[in-house]
Design a protein around this ligand. Structure first.
Ligand code: NAD
Ligand code: DAU
Length: 353
């Protein structure tokens, strides 16, 4: 049995579904179900005894202790986080609470539980912390991609809170010997991503005939990885990662934002053409994100060399699957665009010129 936190969010959902497709090892899934957490994602598992869902906070030590004692997991995989940079700019407090204090409480509970295990179980136990490439800061155009020894230089409240959590995880290994692993992954895309993030936002706005907001000049570069490739990297880390090590995960897919938007528009032109003209006519360049990092790029050489992991999807295959998934799931799109979603969209976009 493994404990997954944040398993009703975008990556957590994909991880849980993939895990149970490939193994019968049960999962306990702890998620607070904030605006991005969605149990509908896991509806297919409603009657599946291998999946136990608990609604709760990774910052709740009493709950954590009781889950660990009762279910005796062999690993904890921590996806739970506040994950959206723009929201961290509007309101950083929740990021500090969940990403820093929450991770600290999870580490504390994990450490107490791990200390009580027998020697063999102690050796086999893993605490896998899922982090981001954003902790490394921003790269200039010609700088080499981030490797695992790149210095931490977080620039947003989100990335600073993730950086703090990474440091705590590292310290729990160094000080207490907790067998931790940390992953630093680049931008994910794929099914079930909440439409506040670039790719699903562009898809759902385009389908609704709304403007497609591109921040600044649209030349910021991100390194895109199909979510299922991220999940396979995490499974590989659990199997073979060396405790105390960090692994960068990425797809060698650097692209400027405007190219991403053009690609999505072109796919929609082919799959669901607009009568009034091409989707790219909806593109609107809007006021930039404050402190916007210019470029991220991941050197995934270490996980490829040492753990033999490689992504399966190219950007072209992954983005086609993603656009098709949103076209096939209009009910899901409708259900996540609740009142609180509309409030967020107004807050983030209304005052952008
Ligand atoms: P998400 O926002 O879609 O999902 C986060 C999930 O965590 C939600 O289900 C939410 O309800 C849950 N959660 C939030 N606070 C919680 C708390 N206090 N207790 C329990 N559950 C809580 O995010 P995501 O995109 O799936 O990201 C998952 C993890 O991967 C995050 O740690 C993020 O930093 C990291 N990451 C994301 C990306 C990306 O491109 N999306 C890339 C690299 C790393
Ligand atoms: O790099 C990994 C990170 O990727 C993760 O740690 C974060 O959890 C995840 O949200 C993502 O962060 P980004 O800020 O890169 O993702 P987002 O989808 O918000 O934005 C991608 C790029 O697109 C970024 O340069 C900002 C730009 N953008 C975004 C939105 C929402 C726009 O131009 N317009 C938009 O409306």
């Amino acid at each position: 049995m493994i404990l997954v936190t944040g398993g009703a969010g975008f990556i957590g959902t994909n991880f849980v579904l993939d895990w149970l497709e490939q193994s019968d090892e049960p999962i306990i899934n702890l998620d607070i179900l904030n605006y991005a957490g969605n149990l509908e994602n896991l509806g297919i598992l409603a009657a599946d005894e291998r999946h136990t869902f608990v609604r709760g906070d990774i910052g709740d030590s009493v709950l954590l202790n009781s889950i660990l004692e009762r279910h005796q997991p062999r690993a904890i995989i921590n996806f739970a986080a506040e994950s959206h940079v723009d929201r961290s700019i509007h309101g950083p407090e929740d990021f500090i609470q969940t990403n820093i204090v929450g991770t600290f409480r999870l580490l504390e509970a994990g450490r107490a539980y791990w200390n009580g295990l027998n020697e063999k179980a102690k050796q086999d136990f893993r605490f896998l912390h899922v982090s981001t490439d954003e902790v490394y800061g921003s790269l200039a155009k010609d700088e080499p991609a981030f490797n695992e020894t790149h210095r931490y230089e977080p620039n947003s409240p989100y990335s600073a809170s993730k950086a703090a959590s990474d440091h705590l995880v590292r310290a729990y290994h160094h000080t207490y010997g907790l067998p931790v692993l940390t992953s630093n992954c680049s931008n994910n895309y794929g099914p079930y991503q909440f439409p506040e993030k670039l790719i699903p936002l562009i898809i759902v706005n385009a389908l609704a005939g709304k403007p497609l907001p591109v921040y600044g000049d649209g030349q910021q570069i991100r390194d895109w990885l199909y979510v299922k490739d991220h999940c396979s990297a995490l499974r590989r880390m659990l199997e073979a990662g060396i405790p105390g090590e960090t692994y960068n995960i990425g797809g060698w897919n650097e692209k400027p934002n405007i190219d991403i938007v053009h690609t999505v528009c072109a796919l929609l032109d082919a799959l669901r053409p607009l009568t009034i003209g091409p989707y790219r006519s909806l593109i609107a360049f809007v006021t930039d994100r404050p402190g916007h990092d210019r470029r991220y790029a991941i050197d995934a050489g270490k996980i490829e060399r040492e753990l033999g992991w490689k992504p399966v999807e190219t950007f072209e295959t992954g983005i086609r699957k993603t656009v098709q998934w949103y076209l096939d799931n209009p009910a899901w799109i409708g259900n996540v665009q609740s009142g609180s979603y509309r409030t967020w969209i107004d807050k983030n976009y209304e005052r952008r010129a």
